[in-house]
Write a protein that binds this ligand. Structure first.
Ligand SMILES: Cc1ncc(COP(=O)(O)O)c(C=O)c1O
Length: 386
């Protein structure tokens, strides 16, 4: 894609890093063998590449290789975690708990289970998007089998207190699943130290390829497989493995961790420059900027702002030509519905529609910020009232 306008939608997806593309290259047409065929040399070489990638991912997350289950992405990892635990723990109970601001890849599997007869509690969040721990504690019941709360929100960047959530669940013997698709590669993750039972991640959120992710499971955790077949991935996820995608995921994760801290510091500064710049714009009468999410507990590269008092559809149609950003999650944009995340923060449908999500990439510059600010300034008077 010719990059003619600043791309500030890195929460939706990131480009594949050239070093990742290079690492993947041999596994498409040259070393193409099936890693399940360890009986011949090409198969064994493919298996070694997958083993190496699994070790890299495990090292990056401080877990053992046998805890890593490769999947097609975070959607599949979430489905495996949520349905797998609920099926496995059927004799113990049929109650699960999640949060209103979760991604559809968590909410929809939970609602599916609700249709099958499970009881689902969807907890509200505080105005900054954080889950109140006492609300979670109060929602847990003797028949609760699973809690699913994400690490970082895809629309507003808010970080949840995963360690405290894990501790609450652990005390009660409840499985805790954490969708870390947005957090992985951007903020430190310590599933073992925190006591997370299941953690999902996705390659394309940290400059890896699309179509690959992983579910990291606590050792010894019993989980009912959701894809039955040849028994790959320890029987948890049947289906031929893709060495190029898996090698790419591992390479991308290793690269992301190399500069995670310094990148986070740099992007946080740029993000605050963007927020200050937005506040310095000339706003039409009756228009107000509202920051969504929690400034102190958030992904460093994510800023979500409601431009209250303007027509969201017109604002976005004006901005579209000047800057690539999102009005919410990619999923909610496609459906055209106001973002359920912003609604859960208390924004009205019109306010949710008039919201801008900026997702800064690792190469973001001050010039990108200036271009984005100029685009917003130009669009504001033309957007009109809702
Ligand atoms: C928080 C979160 N969970 C899950 C997903 C789905 O990930 P994937 O595209 O790998 O299926 C996304 C992607 O937008 C996400 O942001």
């Amino acid at each position: 894609m010719p990059q003619t306008i600043p791309y500030l939608d890195h929460n939706a997806t990131t480009p594949c890093d050239p070093q990742v593309v290079a690492a993947m290259a041999p596994y498409w047409s040259q070393q193409f063998a099936n890693p399940s065929q360890r009986g011949h040399r090409p198969g064994l070489a493919a298996a070694v590449a997958v083993d190496h990638a699994r070790q890299t991912v495990a090292d990056a997350l401080g877990v053992t290789p046998s805890q890593v289950i490769f999947t097609s992405g975070a959607t599949e990892a979430n489905n495996l975690a949520i349905k797998g635990i609920c099926e496995q723990r059927l004799p113990q109970g049929r109650h699960l708990v999640t949060v209103a601001t979760e991604h559809a890849a968590v909410l929809e599997p939970c609602r599916y289970l609700e249709r099958l007869g499970f009881t689902l509690t969807v907890l509200p969040v505080q105005p900054d998007g954080r889950l109140a721990l006492d609300a979670l504690a109060a929602a847990l019941r003797p028949d609760t089998v699973l809690v699913s709360v994400m690490a970082a929100n895809n629309e507003i960047g808010t970080l949840q207190d995963t360690a405290a959530i894990a501790a609450l669940c652990r005390q009660r013997g409840i499985a805790y699943h954490c969708d870390a698709a947005q957090a992985c590669g951007h903020v430190p993750l310590d599933p073992t130290g925190w006591g997370v039972d299941l953690l999902s991640l996705s390659g394309h959120k940290f400059y890896g390829p699309k179509g690959v992710g992983a579910l990291v499971a606590r050792p010894g955790l019993a989980l009912a497989p959701q894809l039955h077949g040849g028994g790959q991935e320890g029987g948890y996820r049947s289906g031929s493995l893709s060495p190029p995608l898996i090698v790419g995921l591992a390479k991308a994760l290793a690269l992301a961790l190399e500069d995670q801290q310094s990148r986070g510091q740099r992007l946080r500064v740029l993000r605050e420059k963007l927020w200050q710049g937005l506040n310095g714009l000339k706003l039409p009468a009756g228009v107000e900027l509202l920051r969504n999410g929690c400034p102190t507990h958030s992904l460093p590269h994510t800023l979500n702002v409601t431009v209250a008092g303007v027509d969201g559809a017109r604002l976005h149609s004006r901005l579209r030509r000047r800057v690539a950003l999102s009005s919410g999650s990619s999923c909610s944009s496609a459906s055209g519905k106001p973002s359920h995340v912003l609604r859960a923060l208390g924004r009205s449908p019109a306010e949710a529609a008039a919201s801008l999500r900026f997702g800064l990439g690792r190469g973001a510059t001050a010039a990108d910020i200036d271009q984005a600010l100029a685009a917003v300034q130009e669009a504001l008077p033309l957007a009109g009232v809702p």
